[in-house]
Ligand binder design. Structure first.
Ligand SMILES: O=C(O)CCC(=O)C(=O)O
Ligand SMILES: [Fe+2]
Length: 236
C-alpha cells in the first residue's frame, strides 16, 4: 500500500512562548493544510457524542461536554503529526507515551465546560494509563471563517499586555476573565499540565460554546510514562 512509501512533509512552524509558568506555547500553523483536510475526512464517519471519565474511571456522557469526538487511527498522516508532537517535546519523549489522537467536533451550542486535562482520581492515572497527562496540545483543525464563539478559555491565566497577541487571543474580554485563544485553523496551543508531579490548577480551561458555525479540534495528550498497549492507538 501507499503507507510504506509515505514520507512526512517537511513542515516548518513557528513557536511563541505564551507563558513560562505554567508553560504554555502558542504554535501557529502546527499542521499543514493537507493534514487538516485529511483529519476532517477521517474523523467524520466515527464521531460520536463525547464521553468523559468519572471519578471511578468509568466513561459516560455528560452535560459538561456536548461535543462529538473520536479517537484517530494512526495512519500515515496522523503518524507525521504524532512524530511532530513528540519531537516538539524533546526527542526523548517516547511514542508509547501518546494517547490516540482525539478529534473533537462542535456544532452550534456545543461546548466543553471548564476542566483540567489532568486527572485527580487515581483510577485514571494508574500505570496502565501511563500515570497522569503530562502535556496537552489542542489543535484547531478547522473552523468556519465566520465562526462566533468556540475559543478555548483559560480563566486563571493572566492576559498578556502586548497587542500583538490579539491576533490569536480575544482582546475584547476583560482582563480578569483570563485568556481565550481563538479557533484559528491549523494553529495549536501546547501546555504542561503538571507542576512538580502534581496537576496544575492554573491549566483549567474550557471549550466555549460555538454560537455560529462549526469547529473541529484535536487533542494530543502525552502521559507521564508509557501507556499499556491496549490504550495506545493501533499502528497501521
Ligand atoms: O474545544 C476546545 O477549545 C478545548 C477542548 C478541550 O479542552 C478538550 O477536549 O479537552
Ligand atoms: Fe481540555
Amino acid at each position: 500500500s501507499s503507507t510504506q512509501n509515505y514520507t512526512c512533509p517537511h513542515h516548518l512552524y513557528r513557536v511563541q512562548i505564551f507563558s513560562e509558568d505554567p508553560l504554555i506555547i502558542y504554535i501557529p500553523e502546527f499542521i499543514t493544510p493537507a493534514e487538516a483536510a485529511h483529519l476532517q475526512e477521517v474523523s467524520q464517519s466515527t464521531l460520536e457524542y463525547s464521553q468523559i471519565a468519572d471519578q471511578t474511571g468509568q466513561q459516560g456522557l455528560a452535560r459538561t461536554r456536548t461535543s462529538k469526538s473520536t479517537s484517530l487511527q494512526s495512519d500515515e498522516v496522523v503518524r507525521c503529526i504524532e512524530q511532530r508532537a513528540l519531537a516538539f517535546q524533546g526527542y526523548d519523549t517516547r511514542r508509547e507515551r501518546l494517547e490516540p489522537l482525539q478529534a473533537v467536533q462542535y456544532e452550534i451550542g456545543q461546548k466543553y465546560s471548564p476542566h483540567t486535562d489532568w486527572f485527580s482520581s487515581p483510577a485514571q492515572t494508574t500505570s496502565e494509563f501511563g500515570g497522569n497527562r503530562a502535556t496537552s496540545f489542542f489543535v484547531y483543525v478547522a473552523a468556519d471563517s465566520d465562526i462566533v464563539g468556540g475559543g478555548t478559555a483559560f480563566p486563571l491565566l493572566n492576559a498578556p499586555v502586548d497587542e500583538r497577541w490579539c491576533e490569536y487571543i480575544n482582546c475584547d474580554e476583560s482582563w480578569d476573565d483570563g485568556v481565550t485563544f481563538r479557533p484559528i485553523p491549523r494553529n495549536a496551543v501546547f501546555w504542561k499540565n503538571m507542576k512538580s508531579g502534581r496537576g496544575d490548577r492554573r491549566t483549567l480551561h474550557a471549550g466555549l460554546p460555538v454560537q455560529r458555525g462549526n469547529k473541529l479540534g484535536m487533542n494530543i495528550w502525552t502521559r507521564e510514562s508509557d501507556l499499556d498497549i491496549k490504550y495506545r492507538s493501533d499502528v497501521i
